[in-house]
Design a protein around this ligand. Structure first.
Ligand code: COA
Length: 261
């Protein structure tokens, strides 16, 4: 995979997707979003990529938002289109069978936080700042922030962040459940890689179906979500993966998983 604004490195089953525009604090312009969508599609189909880590180049920013030089030009029609483009990326991450971990290595503002919110699990460095500053620019979040942040941390804390536009620091993000763990900056990538390796040791089809059950189920009434879970539970029971996982347990050995794209 060759890109201008992002880097993709796959090693030992762990893919690292780095947004690489450090001079613009990794802000997301439309080309960068297009490249991210291509990378998400390719990694989703890549048997060699069991888990994907999303991070930003440099030590200052994860992603400092949608590119304001693009947004300042927009009218009604391209405003809707810009929002839908960023939303498409977030939906594709959520629909991917692969677990996505965000390693938030600095500013995660606006579209940057919205990108992290679409990932399955978030970790931050101690110097990270996370926020939705859009109202301070006279706009509203457009890549899913008004929808995913309240669902993740609750309406009151989310609306406080959205209405003040003020970022929270890593410790506060941890208290809010916005990130699952905080590392010193130099420890962030090793820590997130260790978390990724732990997930990678689990059944790949089970991971994909568990993610699907949680992601799709979150949009359904409980009874329908439970029906979906039961169907997927039936589906996993038809795989060699279930047999291998349980036989390995009974044989007191590590399971050996078959990885498909
Ligand atoms: N879009 C476009 N360019 C951006 C950007 C964004 N979201 N965020 C930062 N940049 C650019 C700056 O314009 C600057 O470019 P320049 O060197 O050509 O002038 C460069 O990245 C470095 O940013 P700078 O503001 O000088 O760094 P700082 O350390 O003083 O401040 C921030 C860091 C993150 C606080 C500040 O850049 C900021 O507030 N960015 C916008 C955040 C935002 O509102 N995001 C939501 C957008 S909807």
């Amino acid at each position: 995979m060759s890109f201008d604004n992002i880097r993709v490195q796959v090693d030992g089953g762990i893919a690292v997707l780095t947004i690489d525009r450090p001079k613009k604090l990794n802000a997301l312009d439309n080309d960068t979003i297009g490249e991210l969508r291509t990378a998400v599609a390719e990694l989703s189909a890549d048997a060699g990529a069991g888990v994907v880590i999303v991070t930003g180049a440099g030590e200052k920013a994860f992603v400092a938002g949608a590119d304001i030089t693009v947004l300042v030009e927009q009218g009604v029609v391209d405003g809707v289109a810009n929002s839908k483009l960023g939303q498409a990326l977030t939906l594709e991450i959520e629909a991917s069978p692969k677990p996505f971990l965000a390693a938030i290595n600095g500013f995660a503002l606006g579209g940057g936080l919205e990108l992290a919110l679409a990932c399955d699990v978030r970790f931050a460095s101690a110097n990270a700042r996370l926020g939705l500053p859009e109202v301070s620019l006279g706009i509203i979040p457009g890549y899913g922030g008004t929808q995913r942040l309240p669902r993740l941390i609750g309406m009151g804390p989310a609306l406080h962040m959205i209405m003040t536009g003020d970022p929270v620091d890593a410790a506060q993000a941890h208290r809010l459940g916005l990130v699952i763990g905080v590392f010193e900056p130099g420890e962030l990538m090793p820590g997130v890689r260790a978390a990724a390796a732990r997930i990678l040791s689990r059944g790949p089809t089970a991971l994909a179906l568990a993610k699907q059950a949680a992601r799709r189920g979150a949009q359904l009434p409980l009874e329908q979500g439970l029906a979906l879970e039961a169907d997927l539970f039936g589906m996993i029971s038809s795989t060699g993966e279930m047999k291998e996982g349980m036989t390995a347990f009974l044989d007191k050995r590590k399971p050996s998983w078959l990885r498909r794209g």
